[in-house]
Design a protein around this ligand. Structure first.
Ligand code: SF4
Length: 305
C-alpha cells in the first residue's frame, strides 16, 4: 500500500514537473521521497534554483511563504495548511511596528521564522546559521531582534551591539522541551558523546554544549567531526533520521525525545499525494508584502553567502 502511494507520488512528480522540498524535521517517510532536504534557508535557495513548475513544500507556513516570496513565478503548494509555526505567530506586524516606534534608531533583524507581514517591515532577515554575522553587519549600534529570544542570546555572544528581543519572551515550544536536566542525564548515560544543540535551545543548554549550529550545520559537524563516534543531539528529533542515514558509522542520541514539533509532522504521504494531484493548497503572499519582504531577504543573501 505504502509502495503504491510512493509510486503514485513519483508518477505525479514526473507528469507535473514537480519536486518535493522537505525540512530536516519532517517525518522520515517524507524526507525519503524529497528531492532535497535542508534547513529553511537552503530550502528557499533550492526553490530559487529549480526549474520545476511546482514545488511541494514540506515545512511550516513561514518557510513556504519565504519560498513563494523568492519565487513569484512558481507554484508553491503546502500539503497541510495547518502546519503553522507557533514561534512565527509570536510576532505580529503591529507588535513589531510598536517596537520600532519605541526604538526608532534601531535596525530590525528578524529570524526567518516570522510571518511575511513582519518580514516586510524588517531591515534584514537572518537564519539560525547566520544570525551572528547578520547582526554584526547592521549599521546601527542597537538592533531589534525577533522573535526568538534564545537566538538573540546566541547572536549577542559575538557582538558589541545592543540586541533588544521582540517580543521579550519569544521561543520555540519544541526546543523548550530540551532542558538542562535532560542534558545532564543524557551526558551521564553517554559520557564520551559530544553535545551539539540548536540556538533555539535555552541559554543553559547552549552554554553546556560543545557545538551550537543550525540543523544543516549540525549535519555537517556530525559528518565531519573526526574522532567523534557519539553525539547528543539537541533539536527537534526529526533530524535524527537524516543523521543516521548520512553518518551511519556514528551513534546519535536525542537529548530529549519530547522535542517534537507537531506542526512539522502534519505532512504525510497521503496529503502530499493529494497536493500533487490537486496542485493546492497554494501558498500566495500578497505582492506588496512579498516585494518588501524580498528586499529584507535579499539583504541577508548579500551579506551571507
Ligand atoms: S520547531 Fe519550533 S521554530 Fe521550528 S517550526 Fe516547529 S515550532 Fe516553529
Amino acid at each position: 500500500m505504502r509502495e503504491e502511494l510512493i509510486e503514485k507520488i513519483e508518477q505525479l512528480k514526473r507528469k507535473k514537473n514537480a519536486i518535493i522540498l522537505a525540512h530536516n524535521y519532517q517525518r522520515p517517510e517524507v524526507q525519503d521521497i524529497a528531492e532535497f532536504i535542508g534547513d529553511s534557508l537552503e530550502l528557499a535557495r533550492k526553490a530559487m534554483a529549480t526549474s520545476a513548475d511546482i514545488i511541494i513544500f514540506c515545512g511550516v507556513d513561514f518557510m513556504a511563504e519565504t519560498a513563494a516570496i523568492m519565487n513569484p513565478d512558481k507554484k508553491i503548494v503546502i500539503p497541510d495548511v495547518g502546519a503553522i509555526c507557533p514561534m512565527a505567530q509570536q510576532l505580529p506586524a503591529e507588535d513589531l511596528l510598536a517596537a520600532k516606534r519605541e526604538h526608532p534608531d534601531a535596525e530590525v533583524v528578524l529570524y526567518v521564522n516570522t510571518l511575511a507581514e513582519s518580514k516586510a517591515i524588517a531591515d534584514c532577515i537572518c537564519t539560525s546559521a547566520n544570525a551572528q554575522e547578520i547582526v554584526n553587519a547592521m549599521d546601527t549600534p542597537t538592533v531589534l531582534f525577533g522573535p526568538d529570544r534564545n537566538l538573540a542570546y546566541h547572536a549577542q555572544k559575538t557582538t558589541t551591539k545592543t540586541i533588544i528581543p521582540v517580543p521579550e519572551h519569544g521561543l520555540c515550544p519544541s526546543h523548550h522541551q530540551i532542558v538542562l536536566n535532560d542534558l545532564i542525564t543524557a551526558k551521564r548515560a553517554h559520557p564520551d558523546a559530544k553535545v551539539i544543540v540548536h540556538p533555539e535551545c535555552i541559554p543553559a543548554v547552549q552554554d553546556s554544549a560543545d557545538y551550537i549550529a543550525s540543523t544543516s550545520g549540525m549535519v555537517k559537524i556530525c559528518k565531519e567531526a573526526e574522532a567523534v563516534d557519539e553525539l547528543l543531539i539537541g533539536t527537534e528529533i526529526g533530524l535524527l533520521h537524516r543523521l543516521e542515514k548520512e553518518a551511519p558509522e556514528k551513534r546519535f542520541y536525542p537529548i530529549s525525545t519530547t522535542a517534537v514539533c507537531p506542526q512539522m509532522k502534519m505532512h504525510t504521504l497521503e496529503n502530499i499525494e493529494a497536493a500533487l494531484e490537486n496542485e493546492k493548497p497554494e501558498v500566495v503572499v500578497p505582492s506588496e508584502t512579498a516585494r518588501k519582504a524580498r528586499k529584507a531577504i535579499e539583504r541577508m543573501l548579500e551579506i551571507s553567502h
